[in-house]
Design a protein around this ligand. Structure first.
Ligand code: GLC
Length: 794
């Protein structure tokens, strides 16, 4: 048991989180996705399923409600002799179960309860490579008498765009049916919210068959909410539980649900397992009957669960760190990767945000999580984003993952993430062939990936203020600065720094490709950016965030609110645009004004009144989200910046304070899951200072992983090798990292005999001492032993 609190703990290896009470201070969930099909489930058993994404193709109905958390796919267990029923999860029946535990793991969740001397263990997972989720329910009779039970499943179909606000309308297009031979019910819908090929709305089919099936012969079924729940009843007291059997209704005239009932008789001490499956087969692509038979049985379920484990292992296990800090290890090794992949990149859905789209900058950043384990996925993501660029160089701010389409905006940073993430990709993989991949523009013919990046940079060059600072446009990384520069006069100093950094890595690529003219142009712009940001963007003690269209300063000591912003100060350092003294000063100001108990705030003081010349950041409740809260995504960059100014202890402290397991100790304040990052933590002016929110669906997970491994442990791939440059707390006696790099495994052991923060004394590789700084690229499929001794260089 690690990081125990009143509601749960981590397993000793950190790979599972065990919840011991259903009444966690917020829903504590799991988001499982295989890249196509996904489900969300909370500790109460509530949640929903989708295919593709949960906005355009929701399968089961639910409404965002973190207080009631009351929509789910539920399993009722009924004792036919004792005449009593309960549910296999806390919801919907909510009885005081004798035993209760929920284990959230990588790709599965397991709900164990005991009631009326019947133990139930419900294991839930999404198949590794099919649009199916599986529920394995094992019942054990701990009493001394034979028991006659039945199990009844229940889910409400939505089938398409969520929410289906006008559901009395949508209801009219669904048809349900039963396949008694397959112990299944099906649902189809002859309407999907897209236009047909002639642009006519409400004129195409939903091209799937949804199903729910069970491994046992059906006792009865129902596809009608009215007969199942009963008019004016709730799902905690459905009529179905007072009727001997389900009604057997289906067809076109009901409010569509899926409910299956099977009988389970148990002798004393006996156990029995029943498997349910739920999925959606695409017309012409998958066969419902085949999907059902592939998963809906004991043996099939065991095998499918093993496939899920193997599937996730590919993404999780090619890098392992061992440090003296369990929170660091648990998050870095397991949860941050899982969160970034299962939820952010694939699921695109969570309690606090259901997204139907792919954010241009967001998922590009997230895709860095693939770099060590499955770099090809990162490559595909880069190419995918390039395909969502216009020939003018700008990009969709986000686009729908089903059938595309999205907003074309004047956002000033989106497009630049393409060359930024490219650099990370090249350093990790050395795969320069990506530069020649031909990708079409949204409105133009194919060009090389290199040309895509170049057009992004050139587009940015076309949007500078007269004094040489990039324009803010519709906003920069901080979406909430939504009114600062829409007239194309306001400036973003942060974009200046970001572009400065990107040019630093892009110029060598331009030269490599013989583009001398462009490289020289970039050099000139880069130098001028450095001069201009340092001249106009320095406020005396820190860097300004922006100027508005009206020429007002943002993030200045002259302001009463929003005096200092985190972003331009972190990135002045990260980008290398600030020289030594200013870099130090900027970070000192970050420490002084922004570094609080739970991490670094995004700005200070929070805005208390809406400002129509700044944007919606000022309209948030003070202390929340981008308005003076800890915005975890950006707070991870403070860790990076602290390492660069030679403040390893502060870097580690900035990490520790936002590393979720550490909040187990004040969980009543924190409220959120301790095993995934929150998007934000309330800042000091909030009545709930320290409360975590917006968990799972946040870009902070990938970044926390990256800063921990690259900047605290300091293991950083370079084009020609691996750099080891730790910035660790001095009390650490050392740490180990095993990771893949190109085609070899590096077992790195760092020893810190003098208990210092930084500095390498010696490195030996496979017993030979290393000449130079970089651990070479072996590319030989072998395991290499790297011994690093910290200390003053000899
Ligand atoms: C949200 C957006 C992200 C943006 C951030 C800061 O997380 O998804 O793109 O950078 O907010 O505003």
């Amino acid at each position: 048991m690690k990081f125990q609190n009143a509601y749960g703990y981590f397993s000793d290896d950190g790979k599972e989180y065990v919840i011991t009470s259903p009444l966690t201070p917020r829903p504590w969930g799991n988001i499982m996705s295989n890249g196509d099909f996904g489900m969300m489930i909370s500790q109460t058993g509530s949640g929903y399923s989708w295919r593709g994404n949960a906005g355009q193709n929701r399968l089961t109905r639910s409404f965002q409600d973190l207080i009631k958390d009351n929509w789910g796919k539920y399993f009722y267990i009924r004792d036919l002799q004792r005449n009593i029923f309960w549910s296999a999860t806390y919801k919907p029946v909510m009885l005081p179960y004798q035993h209760f535990s929920v284990v959230h793991g990588i790709g599965y969740s397991k709900f164990t309860q005991e009631y009326q001397e019947i133990e139930s263990e419900l294991t839930v997972f999404v198949a590794a490579s099919d649009p199916v989720e599986v529920f394995r329910l094992k019942l054990t009779n701990h009493s001394t008498e034979a028991r006659e039970l039945d199990i009844t499943s229940y889910a409400e179909w939505l089938l398409g765009f969520a929410p289906d606000e006008h559901r009395e309308f949508h209801k009219l297009f669904i048809e349900t049916s039963a396949g008694v031979a397959q112990n299944a019910v099906y649902a189809r819908k002859c309407l999907w919210g897209f236009a047909d090929e002639k642009g006519r709305h409400n004129n195409i089919d939903w091209p799937y068959t949804a199903f729910m099936a069970v491994s046992e012969p059906l006792k009865s079924f129902d596809c009608d909410k009215e007969t199942f729940i009963g008019l004016y009843h709730n799902d905690d007291q459905p009529r179905a539980m007072i009727e001997p059997k389900l009604s057997g209704h289906s067809g076109r005239f009901t409010d569509a649900i899926a409910a299956l009932q099977v009988q389970v008789n148990l002798e004393p001490g006996q156990s029995k397992t029943v498997v349910f499956s739920l999925g959606a087969a695409e017309d012409g692509k998958e066969e419902v009957a085949e999907l059902i038979s592939r998963y809906t049985g004991l043996h099939q379920c065991e095998q499918a669960l093993q496939e899920v484990n193997a599937f996730w292992s590919r993404f999780i296990d090619s890098e392992k760190v061992e440090t003296p800090d369990d929170a660091f290890n648990f998050m870095t090794n397991t949860w941050l990767k899982y969160q970034a992949i299962s939820c952010r990149l694939w699921g695109k859905s969570a309690f606090y945000q259901v997204s139907a789209g792919i954010g241009f900058r967001d998922q590009l950043q997230d895709s860095q999580i693939f770099l060590i384990s499955e770099p090809d996925y990162a490559r595909k993501q880069l190419l995918l984003h390039a395909a969502h660029q216009f020939i003018e160089g700008d990009v969709f701010h986000w686009w729908f993952s089903i059938r595309g389409g999205g907003p074309r905006t004047n956002c000033s940073d989106d497009l630049l993430w393409l060359p930024f993430i490219l650099d990370a990709y090249l350093k990790e993989t050395g795969d320069f062939s990506i530069l020649d991949e031909a990708i079409p523009y949204l409105n133009g013919p194919a060009e090389s990936f290199y040309a895509h990046c170049k057009r992004a940079i050139e587009r940015s060059f076309s949007r500078f203020s007269p004094r040489g600072i990039p324009l803010m446009g519709d906003h920069d990384w901080n979406d909430g600065l939504s009114a600062v520069g829409t007239l194309m006069r306001g400036e973003s100093f942060w974009v200046g720094e970001f572009l400065y950094m990107i040019l630093g890595t892009f110029i060598p690529l331009a030269r490599m490709r013989g583009e001398t003219g462009f490289a020289e142009r970039c050099e000139i712009v880069r130098q001028s950016l450095k001069d201009a940001v340092n001249r106009h963007g320095w406020d005396g003690e820190w860097y300004l965030q922006a100027t508005t269209d009206d020429g007002l300063l943002l993030g200045s000591k002259e302001n009463s609110e929003g005096q200092i912003f985190l972003m331009p100060n972190n990135w002045a350092v990260i980008s290398g645009l600030a020289d030594g003294e200013r870099a130090q000063k900027a970070m000192n100001s970050v420490t002084k004004y922004l570094f609080k108990d739970y991490g670094t705030l995004l700005n200070f003081p929070a805005f208390t009144k809406p400002r129509s010349d700044i944007g919606y950041v000022t309209r948030y409740t003070p202390g929340l989200r981008e308005n003076g809260g800890v915005y975890t995504h950006a707070a991870t960059w403070s860790i990076w910046a602290y390492t660069l100014v030679g403040e390893p202890e502060l870097a580690y402290e900035a990490f520790r304070r936002i590393c979720p397991p550490n909040r187990s100790q004040d969980i009543e304040t924190y409220k959120a899951e301790p095993y995934v990052t929150p998007g934000n933590v309330d800042g000091p002016v909030s009545e709930y200072y320290g409360r975590g929110g917006w968990t799972w669906y946040t870009g902070s997970s990938q970044w926390l992983h990256r800063v921990a491994t690259h900047w605290i442990l300091g293991i950083r791939p370079q084009t020609d090798g691996l750099l080891v440059d730790p910035s660790i707390p001095a009390y650490w006696p050392g740490f180990k990292v095993t990771r893949k790099f190109r085609n070899a495994t590096y077992k790195i052991e760092v020893k810190n005999p003098q208990r210092i923060n930084r500095g390498i004394n010696s490195i030996t590789i496979d017993g030979k001492s290393l000449e130079g700084e970089l651990i070479p690229v072996f590319n030989d499929g072998q395991v290499h032993d790297v011994q690093v001794i910290m200390g003053k260089p000899e």
